[in-house]
Structures are given as C-alpha cells and as structure tokens.
Design a protein around this ligand. Sequence first.
Ligand code: NAD
Length: 353
Amino acid sequence: MAKVGVGVLGVGEMGKRHAENLRRLVPEARLIAVADAAPERAHQVAAELEIEHAFSSLEDMVQRKDINCVLIATPDKFHAEAIRVAAAAGKDIFCEKPLAVNLTDAHLALEAVAKAGVRLQIGFMRRYDPAYAAAMKRIAAGEIGEPVIFKSVGRDKDAPPLAAYQSNVNGMLFYNNTIHDFDLARWLMRDEVTEVHSYTTVAVRPEVAEYGDVVASVVNLKYNNGAIGNVESYVQAIYGYDVRTEIIGSKGSILVGTLQQTPAVFLDSNGASQTLADHFLSRFADAYLGEIRDFAQSTLQDRTPRVTGEDGLKALEIAVAAENSHLQAKPCSVAAVQGGRKNVENAVGSRAN
Ligand SMILES: NC(=O)c1ccc[n+]([C@@H]2O[C@H](COP(=O)([O-])OP(=O)(O)OC[C@H]3O[C@@H](n4cnc5c(N)ncnc54)[C@H](O)[C@@H]3O)[C@@H](O)[C@H]2O)c1
C-alpha cells in the first residue's frame, strides 16, 4: 500500500498525539521523523514511538526526500513561518489551528502555499467528530430547514498556568480557543459571519489582562443571510471540558455535545453522579485521528483537503474582528478586516507581529 511520509514539527501535547496516531493508527502514513525546538523532547518522542529520526529544526527535517508532508503543532505564533518553510520545500502541510495570529502572516503563508502548489489542511478537528459530522449531514440534507440561530459553548477545565500567558507564544482566547467555534459557525450554518460584538472579562483572574488576554468571552454574530449566533468561551470551567453546540433551524434544531464522559450514572446515598468529559484529547480522540487520516488520504488521492487554508483564513478574520470589537467595545464588521495584505496592515486594532 502506498504511504505518505510525514514529519511532525513540535511534539508537545498536541503534536505528540498526532505523531502517535500517524505512527500506529493511520495505515496511509509513515511517520519518518519528529522535530522540536527542544531537541531532548524530539529525541524522547522519537524513542518512545520507535522511529529513527529526530531533528531540532524544520529546516533540517524538510531536507529528507522521504518526507512528503509536514504536520505543524508548534505554538500558534510559529505556524505561519513554518508553513512558509514547508511550502518552499515542496511539502504538503497539515497545520494546527490557528493558521496564524495575525492576518499579515496568514496571507504570507497562503501565498507561499499557492506559489508552491502544495496542499494545506488546518486542524479544525471538530468537523471530523462523529457527532458534529452527523449534525452537518442532516443540515446539508435540509432536515432542520433554514438555519436561524447558532450557539456554541467551549469551556476548558483548568486555567492555563500564568507562564502560558507570559511566554506570549499563543494567540489570545479568540485565536487559540474560540477559533474552533468560529469555524463551526461558518461550517454548520453554511454561511459567512459579517459582524461580531464581543464582551469579555478577566474578572476571576485579573492578572491575565497584563498579557492582553481574557478568561471568558461571549461573541454575538450576524450572518450574511440574516441568521444570528452566539459563542461563549471560558478557560477555567473547573468541572470539566465542556463543548456543546446548538443549531436552530426553521424546521427543527440539533444539539451537539454532552457533559458526560461515559453514559453511566452512579447512584448512592449522596445522590447521583456522572463522570464528566475532562480533556480535549479524550473528547475529540476520534476527530484527531479522523482529520489526520483524511489528510493522508487527500495526499495519496491527490485531492483538495476537506478543511482548507481558506477555511483557516476565514475563521481567523472572525477572530481578528472579535478582538477589534473587544478592544473598541463596539460591534465590528468582518469586512473591515478582510482583503489583501494592504487592507490588513491598515485594519484598526489588528494584532502586531
Ligand atoms: N486542535 C486542538 O484541539 C488543539 C488542542 C491543543 C493544542 N492545539 C494547538 O497545537 C499547537 C501546540 O499546542 P500544544 O498544546 O501541544 O503546545 P505544547 O507547548 O505542549 O507543545 C509545543 C511544542 O512545540 C515546541 N516548539 C516551540 N516552539 C517551536 C518552534 N519554533 N519550532 C519547533 N518546535 C517548537 C515546544 O518545545 C513544544 O514541545 C498550538 O498551536 C495549539 O493551538 C490544538
């Protein structure tokens, strides 16, 4: 069987899971190498996964001719530059979300991909989750009629350590977390978001404001075709990892997601209890495998990936508009941040490099 050779860049929590999937569970792929800015981490993961090659830079890894694809799972800030390096080396690319943390970098990355004629898939894995995929099928079949309202909740269980904010290597809440919901907001509604209005808070952790971030947000959405929506993000829900979405249509509605980890209820003299979902790696295990397998197949079958660089850009534009709305404390049109690099550089409030 033909296999695509893959090199994984950044083997922290997420990259290691992708590398494990590629090594053990994707028949269409061969994991050739891993690379990480921390060389000891790259060597440790290579040893654990019983592969030969570990590098400390992407530039070294892409020299290998048996690597057809690069999977990028470095912190957010480094995605766009890694895409450019991989594209220039002629490799197909799977990049974790977000595409970039500002629109200038995003456009440069997409230009490099187009120039090299390589494939780019963005890691919006929720599209591969069986529940979300089933919802999409029914929406596409017209079962709920015209989508009218989109609602999504994304809550992480534990607050990130302060060091995660201090390192300044990931985008703020909208880029690192809410971006998944912004993608769902487009995909499930089969429409584009035209305006956003963000409300944010640092109430339970004021020190986060110092790093330009927030701990919770709600973003109201307006769509091109008249639909409306609302997305809530919260990084420290304490009780569990809680991702749920509702699509309300003219003929019916769909609810996706549950708090329960397993369909079991435990009963004793104190009452009832359930095990709650607690982490993205378990909640979306099938989706992480599904997206990587589909990416490998798209390369082998020489077809366009199901989640494209353009999808990464559109979600990023909503995130930039949401940040502008948060900074300006008023609604912000997505069109105001769209366009080529020139527009981007002029956009009010767009993030600096
Ligand atoms: N799709 C999802 O559900 C999901 C979930 C978690 C994380 N992510 C994304 O995955 C990416 C990685 O997140 P993580 O939680 O694994 O982070 P992490 O901090 O656990 O791992 C990042 C790794 O990248 C390495 N690294 C840092 N800078 C590098 C560079 N310039 N070149 C090469 N390696 C570098 C670090 O040494 C580390 O091993 C982020 O972009 C994050 O947004 C996506």
